[in-house]
Write a protein that binds this ligand. Structure first.
Ligand code: AMP
Length: 285
């Protein structure tokens, strides 16, 4: 039976007991309101680690002042059921005060891979992400931590942080899980009205179109971005934040789709900002 704890001490005590038994530990950081995307990460962690901790924390530090911190969906009971059924062992669900006590003033900041894409439109976002993930790594001390390719820039940022700061943790990236009609699963999809839900399909449709163009031999990044943007613009409810072609590891802008390349987009559907992407490697699309 899964255990839900709310304090750093309880989490450390549980992990220390496992470590005494020589067990390996996996961590899946989430903001809760779990769906099959999160579940795929938990499944992978359960398959590869003896014990799995899921953190369930809506991190105020990674939200800008005009963003959706207050309205972000929460359901710890449903999350607990999903984690239990998937075989996780512990949910760490702290209050913001447990993570950030009065006087908190230390941050993990990053240049490089945070400069483009979401880092441009959400200037404090990755500082919040790096800080909370660093704290979670220090609290849990996992052997492996699992992140989704859905947030491809975040995955690149965390890989860089672990390398730069010599954290002895293996970062495992997991593929994007989609609804049956193609929409990438996201806790934020709950914001969409039925009409917006239909309109949101323009993201995945454009991803699939982009993949097809690359498969057919298009390597000119400018041309690819132009065609993808044109496609998104056919949807009246969509407003493009960005469509970019970048290096998968350092998230620098690329002119050609060669080597490990990330093609990423952020699009507003009404007030809801959604992201999607695809990756091209030497092995193909
Ligand atoms: P979040 O709760 O949105 O912060 O996401 C927690 C983790 O789940 C992140 O590593 C995400 O990349 C991952 N994730 C969220 N949605 C999906 C999805 N549709 N497919 C795969 N991973 C996902």
């Amino acid at each position: 039976m899964i255990k839900v704890v709310h304090t750093i001490k309880e989490t450390r005590d549980a992990v220390n007991a496992w470590r005494k038994e020589g067990l390996t530990v996996g961590l899946v950081p989430t903001m809760g309101f779990l769906h099959e995307g999160h579940q795929s990460l938990i499944k992978r962690a359960v398959a590869e680690c003896d014990r799995v901790v899921v953190s369930d924390f809506v991190n105020p530090m990674q939200f800008g002042p005009t963003e959706d911190l207050e309205s972000y969906p929460r359901d710890l009971q449903a999350d607990t059921k999903l984690c239990d059924e998937t075989g996780a062992h512990l949910i760490f669900n702290p209050e913001p005060e447990e993570m950030y006590d009065k006087g908190f003033c230390s941050f993990v900041d990053m240049t490089g891979p945070t400069a483009e894409l979401c880092g441009k439109s959400r200037p404090i976002h990755f500082r919040g992400v790096c800080t909370v993930v660093c704290k979670l790594f220090n609290i849990v001390g996992p052997d492996r931590a699992y992140f989704g390719q859905k947030d491809a820039q975040q995955l690149a940022v965390i890989k860089r942080m672990v390398k730069d700061l010599n954290m002895p943790i293996e970062i495992v990236g997991c593929p994007i899980i989609r609804e049956s009609d193609g929409l990438a699963k996201s806790s934020r999809n709950t914001y969409l009205s039925p009409e917006e839900r239909k309109a949101a399909l323009i993201l995945s449709k454009t991803v699939f179109m982009g993949e097809k163009l690359v498969r057919e031999g298009l390597t000119d990044a400018k041309k690819l971005v132009e065609l993808m943007k044109k496609n998104i613009e056919t949807e009246p409810l969509a407003r493009i934040d960005y469509v970019e072609v970048v290096d998968m590891d350092d998230i620098s802008i690329k002119d050609t789709v060669t080597g490990d390349t990330l093609i990423a987009m952020a699009v507003y559907i009404g007030k809801t900002r959604l992201i999607d992407n695809f990756i091209v490697s030497d092995k193909g699309v």
